[in-house]
Ligand binder design. Sequence first.
Ligand code: FAD
Ligand code: MLT
Ligand code: ZN
Length: 455
Amino acid sequence: MHASRFVRGLADVLGAEHVLTDPDLVASYTRDWTGRYLGTTAAVLRPADTAEVAAVLSLCADEGQPVTPQGGNTGLVGGSVPLRGELVLSLRRLRALGEIDAAAGQVTAGAGVTVGDLQASARAAGWAYGVDLASRDSATVGGTVATNAGGLRVLRYGDTRAQLRGIEAVLGTGSVISHLGGLVKDNTGYDLAGLLCGSEGTLGVVTAARLALVAPAAERVVALLAFATTPAAVSAGQLLRREVASLSAAELFFDAGLALVCRATGSAPPFAAAHRAYLLVEASGAEDPSAGLAAGIAALDGVADVAVAVEPRAMAGLWHYRDAHTEAIQTLGQPHKLDVTLPASLLAAFCEEAPAVVAGVAPHAATWLFGHVADGNVHVNVTGIGPDDPAVDEAVLTRVAELGGSISAEHGIGAQKRSWLALNRSPAELEAFRALKRALDPAGICNPGVLLPAP
Ligand code: FAD
Ligand code: MLT
Ligand code: ZN
């Protein structure tokens, strides 16, 4: 069928006002957050509920029409934009947020609910949601499930998959699977929620998720520690995990990144002198965690300076030095963002080696490092190279795999890293991935340019 006739047919299902074709309205859906990935599309489809998503996918499967599911479009690996002219299926209108189930400590949230709204709703009911990330006000439940987002509190609460107690989704065939009962113990066969989590829209579309909530942290304390060397900062983060039971975040960044954040956001530096490496730590719980954190810090070697905050504004001020890295790097142009995990014992050495690995293939590029130290997860951001230049990605990802690390810690594979997936996954694993794709999306319409390498 001619594409424009097919799109007009979809308007019969969704209502014409929810099929966007005006280039001005479509533009923000075809460009990713970094600006590195720019796609094109004949239309953005905005279904209102699961039944409309099912109707759309069913028609697309019959027609062999590929779609790119999209939530908040904050993904950082080019997976959320239509790089091969797919139709964009925006899930932002699926904003139903159920009552908090106080007995179970759970809630069912529509795919389009933002993480920020979910957190606020949990807070109002005396609970908290364990996943937090700087994109909270745009990133959606559907997007964070589809990418298995990590974020700032994985060391305490785990990643998104760890919160998932059930899922509702429309598979590539158009059929709806719904398992939202939220039973904690439920060994009734394959874990479809776990499978769809992290599948990046390649098997189907998440329409709702049943999510576990956690006890709110009534008391919090935040400290910024400065170190003269990278190994001292990394081992401090690893030690605090053992010594401070209430530790809820341990984030690493470096002198160049901090100076850039201060320049880009007009903030004053935290200390009178600059230091090589910084560790931002947070402890939280029902009881005041300050004494426990102070004792843990006192036992560390190599701490050159410390700033501690307990007031909300002061805590936010210290967090800002870490949270603003993404935005500050963005002011330098479109970065290559390589989100990797290293074995814990090799993390410090990798952080020291990474700029040389980059310089080996791109002498004029700049390397920026920051990340979630307790998870072994460092974000290698590189500026000053063209958006399509693969040399840096190749060099960094190959080195990470040689060291036994993962080429994607928390952002996913997307379009960016699919050609390198074989660095981490065996031919047998990739064949199992393809078999799952054939089973759940036989027409191959769900995000076909994402995750799986070209055959
Ligand atoms: P999108 O960007 O719209 O989509 C991401 C992927 O999921 C795409 O492949 C898309 O096709 C698929 N998808 C989206 N919705 C659905 C759905 N309903 N069903 C099926 N597939 C779907 N990530 C982290 O893990 N940790 C961080 O700390 C973190 N911090 C960030 C900070 C900033 C400032 C920014 C801009 C991004 C950050 N991210 C982080 C990345 C991003 O926010 C996450 O990947 C997030 O999970 C994406 O959610 P989204 O709703 O924006 O999804
Ligand atoms: C972060 O940890 O800040 C995010 O993953 C975003 C990024 O990598 O830029
Ligand atoms: Zn991160």
